[in-house]
Write a protein that binds this ligand. Structure first.
Ligand code: GDP
Ligand code: IMO
Ligand code: MG
Length: 435
């Protein structure tokens, strides 16, 4: 049975966590797989009075009996995942019985966080990316560089102390010019060894070969759900480089990060807000610098789950989402935060860009071009009604349905799900396959 996938179509925080939780609960999903990114992700799930914030652990953990797999494409900070595990266990969730972590995942070490701080300061290397400072870029850089990387499996290899000492020697040399960004403890090989040895002991019951596990699962026809982190526009290869994250966060990353062959990648749901947000640096054509932008931020509570930073807010960008829908091979759109735009007197959708006087529907490959585009908007009258209690498409106000139809037409994909509030229950399922 081919797997179902959930990926973000914008710059992250589209409410993927809500959707994965919802589908895990509804679709007889047996295994949820997280396949890229790391603790830069912050996925919020609201179930009744309970709110959960997840960074590494797939949102399937909140559904009884669902197995959750963290696949090789993820970079993991062991201290952070242990905090997450402890928090969930305290709330009565059987994490050890429901979580399998690949021994191939690459580990984030204190020196990665120091490197992230140094590069992100932007003084040496140009405009700051505004990363989450979770060591993501430096850890992936070491992975691709190979010689200074340490994976989960290495924690159990018997020569961890020696390995850490070697890498620390290397890092001392490469970070020599950046002492103002590095704390002595971040290069203290002995203390780091002791810390990571302790993490290793605690994580060991959950560590294994997830590639073999998932290949066996597909052989026996088990029902998989893939959970993307970040958003397609933050994809290292296809996003707004260099203002991206360091993994393939669009649909192209699913097979590579999980080890599951593409023939098992089935229906892909793309998640987008009814407007756009972005955290960190980089161009954002439909960004609003006025009161409307502030209103959206307040209504949508647009502050980062991981860093608490205010999110930049703007109108729905149909050019960008059409691009990411095509890139991700998206079957159905999940349009989130409809309750938020339902409070606005007027709503705009960007339907095309103008660049050097020419109208285009193409999303530029170069950030300097993206910085120069002028969004062309279509304006729709607002419907100014509370939709948070609506559960079917038919009950939505006409204006809201017109907005969804127009979005679907512009991006070239049917609307499968509409979200009208943070709670799992505040959802309209329009796709028959999901009922
Ligand atoms: P993710 O990283 O893609 O999982 O998204 P985040 O969890 O970082 O951000 C989405 C935020 O929106 C969370 O706080 C959710 O609880 C909230 N949310 C999800 N769907 C809706 C919705 O339809 N309306 C409103 N108002 N909030 C929502
Ligand atoms: P979820 O999974 C929104 C952004 C950062 C920064 C850029 C690079 O919750 O949607 P990094 O720390 O990855 O090197 O930062 O990417 N970013 C996110 N923005 N949601 C996320 O994850 C993000 N993860 C990274 O703000 O601009
Ligand atoms: Mg998030």
């Amino acid at each position: 049975m081919p797997g179902t996938c959930v990926i973000g179509l914008q710059w992250g925080d589209e409410a993927k966590g809500k959707l994965v939780d919802l589908l895990a609960d509804r679709k007889n999903v047996e295994i949820v797989v997280r396949y890229q990114g790391g603790a830069n992700a912050g996925h919020t799930v609201v179930i009744g009075d309970d709110t959960y914030k997840l960074h590494h652990i797939p949102s399937g953990i909140l559904t009884d009996g669902v197995m959750n797999v963290i696949a090789p494409g993820v970079v993991m900070h062991p201290g952070t995942i242990l905090e997450e595990i402890d928090g969930l266990v305290q709330r009565g969730i059987d994490v050890p019985g429901q979580l399998l972590i690949s021994d191939r995942v690459h580990l984030v070490f204190p020196w990665h966080i120091a490197e992230d701080r140094a590069v992100n300061a932007g003084e040496v290397i140009g405009e700051s990316i505004g990363t989450t400072l979770r060591g993501i870029g430096p850890c992936y850089r070491d992975k691709y560089g190979r010689m200074t990387a340490i994976r989960m499996g290495d924690l159990y290899s018997g020569n961890l102390a020696e390995r850490i000492e070697q890498v620390v020697q290397w890092k001392r040399k490469t970070l020599a010019g950046f002492s103002e960004f590095v704390e002595e403890s971040e290069l203290d090989a002995e203390a780091i060894f002791a810390e990571y040895q302790d993490y290793a002991k605690r994580l060991e019951p959950m560590v294994g070969d997830t590639t073999e596990y998932l290949l066996n699962a597909t052989d026996s026809g088990r029902n998989l759900l893939f959970e993307g982190a970040q958003g397609s526009l933050l994809d290292i290869d296809h996003g707004t480089f260099p203002f991206v994250t360091s993994s393939n966060s669009s649909g192209v990353g699913i097979s590579g990060g999980s080890g599951v062959p593409a023939k098992w990648i089935g229906r892909v749901y793309g998640v987008a807000k009814a407007y756009t947000t972005r955290v960190g640096g980089g161009p954002f054509p439909t960004e609003l610098h006025d009161e409307v932008g502030k209103t959206i931020r307040n209504l949508g509570n647009e502050y980062g789950t991981t860093t608490g930073r205010p999110r930049r807010c703007g109108w729905f960008d149909g050019v960008a989402v059409r691009y990411t829908v095509r890139l991700g091979g998206i079957h159905g759109l999940a349009v989130m935060m409809m309750d938020v735009i339902s409070q606005l007197p007027e709503i705009k959708i960007c339907v095309a860009y103008e660049i050097d006087g020419e109208r285009t529907g193409c999303f530029p490959s170069q950030v300097d071009d993206l910085r120069r585009v002028q969004p062309i908007y279509e304006t729709l009258p607002g419907w100014e009604q509370d939709v948070s209690g609506v559960r079917t498409m038919e009950e939505l106000p006409d204006g809201a349905r017109r907005f969804l139809d127009r979005v679907s037409e512009i991006v070239g994909c049917p609307v499968a799900i509409v979200s009208v509030g943070p709670d799992r229950a505040q959802t309209i399922i329009a796709d028959d396959l999901l009922r």
